[in-house]
Design a protein. Sequence first.
Length: 279
Amino acid sequence: MSAAVSVTPSSWAKFPFSHPCSFQKIMVMLDTSTILDCRVVCTDWRDWFTASKTVWSSVSSRMVARVLRRRMRTELEQVWDIRLDLLLEMVDECWTEEQELTMAIRIERATKQSIWCEFDDTLKVISQLHQAFYRGLMASPCVGPVCIFLRSKVAHPYVLKVMGATLAEYLKCVIISCDDRPAGVCTVRRRGVDNTRWVFKDMDGREGWLGEKSEDCNEEGGEKDSLYSTAPPPAHGIFPTVLELLDCDSPWLKKMLIKTGMDKILLVPKFEEVTKHIE
């Protein structure tokens, strides 16, 4: 009769390093929040995550396979395809483990979030511009409307109402290449639509949807655990800005909103309404 093999807490602590392939296969099968929870089990597990250079690229690949299988109602297929195309393009731009981590979390959230089903008029413009691209009249496909790639972090109806009013002029914007400006404008005007708001982007330039590549990201001497660093402090100690309440699919879109001053606008309660209820 063989003796039973004892498993001690120390054995589990060393498991990521003693069986790295098995441990990573287990991690890849989990959701992103559980994976991040595993990192704080003990210092050995945390050290393994810090040293790993492939875990999040593997997780990201699995998330892409899942998102491609997501089925939508027929009337929402166009909206989901537009968002999915941008997410997949951003995955192709990933070249660091930090970007893979961000995209894995973002894609997983996208599979669970509801799809924006308004602004039908803007979706018609998108279809017209896509047809122009397929006919060779435009150099790059358009992207939009912007509202598809934005989500509120707060579901309170009053907050949604205020943010909707603040962002109203940007939600229906259509993003096209700078080189396609004349062709895009002419295409929609021929269709009798002359109120489209445009955002122009250098589609072939150095800056992608994830933003510009950092020149010093590979320099030694940086923070070893920067991959799991916390978010920057809020702009205001009490009240959030509009930008802080938004979840943007693309860092480039976030940068665009910063140019409009959304990182400076604070959401504060109507104090005159609050004081009416004070006896």
